[in-house]
Design a protein around this ligand. Structure first.
Ligand code: ADP
Ligand code: MG
Length: 245
């Protein structure tokens, strides 16, 4: 098992951002973590990546426990956080070298070449990060997440803010890069999980409300759409349907 979440809760003041959440992600799965804003997606991801501790519960990644082996957990995870923090005054290559040094990567030069090719950063590789478009900034974010060849990729709303062309290209990139990895990808867009994932976990108000294979979810949503006689479904309606179903 790549990711094991057992009875995790996170309380901010009096608010439960996560309320007794449990799920597992198997090696090689690409799992969509779907939910509306404020559902608890980022909080869950910050806990898995050891950025914040849970209030209660346990998490292990590739057999390592976040409480006792957080360094081992971090070594195995590539994380593209929601805000994609980058140093805008650094050049693309300079930044990737900086990240490679943090991970003590051998063959740094060769690895940076590989990663630039893999994330298709070639034509922008000599620019200052601040000068890049949103789509290329996300590629740099993905490159830093992949540079140490982690087993697990955690991507927090990686496609938010991309224009339609960038969106298609970036989804394809994630699909390619995720082939040999376990991927947990958050989004609030249903089409996104349809395009990329083989399983979907839906979270709402800090509670897991559905956990389906992509096939099952598609069938459920299709049958629900039929009952609505062609009327275009909003995300709220789909969530509502899945929650009560
Ligand atoms: P999502 O990523 O699904 O949009 P988040 O995990 O960011 O949701 O947030 C879940 C809930 O927890 C939200 O109501 C949010 O306002 C709250 N929250 C998140 N971080 C903090 C924090 N540091 N302090 C207080 N409340 C927070
Ligand atoms: Mg979020």
């Amino acid at each position: 098992m790549s990711i094991l979440i057992s009875n995790v809760s996170k309380v901010y003041g009096t608010q439960y951002a996560l309320n007794n959440v449990s799920f597992e992600v198997k090696k090689g799965e690409i799992v969509g973590f779907l939910g509306p804003n404020g559902a608890g997606k980022s909080t869950m991801m910050k806990i898995i990546t050891c950025f914040i501790p849970p209030t209660e519960g346990d998490v292990s990644v590739c057999g390592f426990d976040i409480w006792n082996d957080s360094i081992e957990v971090r070594k195995r995870i590539g994380y593209l956080s929601e805000s994609n923090p980058l140093y805008h005054d650094m050049y693309v290559r300079e930044f990737l070298e900086f990240i490679a040094d943090i991970y003590h990567i051998n063959n740094k030069k060769q690895r940076i070449e590989e990663i630039i090719e893999m994330t298709r950063l070639e034509i922008e590789q000599h620019k200052r990060i601040g000068a890049l478009s949103r789509g290329y900034k996300q590629r740099v974010g993905l490159a830093q997440a992949l540079i140490h060849d982690p087993e697990v990729l955690i991507l927090d709303e990686p496609t938010t803010g991309l224009d339609p062309n960038q969106l298609v290209e970036f989804r394809e990139l994630i699909r390619q890069c995720g082939k040999q990895k376990t991927v947990l990808l958050s989004t609030h867009i249903m089409q996104e999980v349809e395009a990329m994932c083989n399983r979907v976990i839906i979270i709402n108000n800090g509670i897991i409300v559905a956990d389906n294979s992509m096939q099952d979810l598609k069938e459920k949503v299709t049958s629900f759409r039929k009952t609505k006689q062609g009327h275009e479904l909003s995300m709220e309606e789909v969530f509502h349907f899945l929650t009560k179903g």
